[in-house]
Design a protein around this ligand. Structure first.
Ligand SMILES: C[S@@+](CC[C@H](N)C(=O)[O-])C[C@H]1O[C@@H](n2cnc3c(N)ncnc32)[C@H](O)[C@@H]1O
Length: 289
């Protein structure tokens, strides 16, 4: 397991992080006999293996570094990417709202560079399963590489397909849909989810959210919530605590929903109306709603 967060000391094969001056950092696997070239000199992997995590180490030029285990956030932020990726700011809230945990089966489309796939695979644990769909082979290959580097590929089924054709799976616990036109695939997603299953989407514009909302209501999803996560870092200086100069102002809007199974019983009408679920509305268009 290359990414071993439970150890106290660096072992051969572990994924390690060197953090130098001005937070410059490097993430790499420890290989006996290996060399790590930094902008401030070279370090021998053999000198790092066996040290306690958090130790201070020095390059051949005498430049100082800390030896750490990379966090999930560090790994996702540094991930090799060819697409827009999901960031820790949004991922953390998504995982808790979708209640992703050990042993679950979670689905995702599109895979993109695999940032969300890494987070999902981490969260479902060794007994869980992530099924992720992508239509572009070059993105799928990059995501597979990113997962393999962390030793998480065994928890993930990678499928190459345009999701307009639907999914092979049913009864997934949760579905994360990250494509630009999510409204086109809500019927397919509904079929893949278990009754009551959790849904989430991220899109960058209001217009996309609006169209998605119509599709969710038409397709018997309820408990719909739309939000965005704002995260502001502070300079951790006790005598002049203040926000950092720059921030990521916008990534996207998150839409959450649950698959529900509406019945014909008239006593449910008020609750259905409260949830804005449209009865027999599978064929209604945006214009008629
Ligand atoms: C924004 S990226 C996903 C990024 C990913 N969540 C991550 O964290 O790295 C969107 C991906 O969806 C894929 N995609 C778009 N439409 C698709 C479709 N109809 N079927 C399968 N994949 C699709 C794109 O090729 C792209 O890789």
């Amino acid at each position: 397991m290359p990414w071993n967060l439970s150890s106290t000391h660096a072992q051969p094969g572990d994924l390690a992080q060197l953090v130098g001056l001005r937070h410059k950092h490097y993430i790499f696997p420890l290989v006996p006999g290996g060399l790590m070239h930094t902008h401030r000199g070279v370090l021998n992997h053999d000198d790092l293996i066996g040290l306690a995590w958090g130790s201070q180490v020095f390059s051949h030029q005498g430049s100082p570094f800390f030896l750490l285990q990379p966090s999930l956030a560090d790994i996702l932020t540094e991930l090799k990417r060819s697409t827009q990726i999901m960031y820790p700011k949004d991922i953390g809230f998504i995982l808790t709202t979708l209640s992703i945990g050990p042993g679950q089966t979670v689905m995702e489309a599109g895979t993109g560079s695999g940032s969300m796939t890494v987070a999902l695979a981490f969260a479902v644990g060794p007994q869980g399963r992530v099924v992720t769909y992508e239509k572009r082979p070059e993105f799928q290959q990059l995501a597979q590489k990113n997962l393999s580097r962390l030793g998480l590929e065994g928890r993930v089924a990678f499928k190459l397909r345009d999701i307009a054709e639907g999914f092979d799976e049913t009864d997934a616990d949760a579905f994360f849909l990250d494509v630009a036109n999510p409204w086109d695939y809500i019927a397919q997603v509904r079929r893949a989810l278990k009754p009551g299953g959790f849904f989430c989407n991220l899109v960058p514009t209001f217009n996309q959210v609006e169209t998605l909302l119509y599709a969710l209501r038409r397709t018997h999803f309820a408990f719909i919530e739309v939000c965005e996560i704002m995260l502001r870092y502070y300079k951790p200086e006790p005598t002049r605590l203040r926000p950092t100069d720059r921030m990521v102002a916008h990534t996207g809007f998150l839409t959450f929903a649950r698959r529900i199974e509406p019945g014909e019983d008239a006593r449910a009408r008020e609750l259905m109306e409260e949830q804005d679920v449209y009865e027999n509305s599978q064929n209604e268009t945006k214009e008629t709603l």
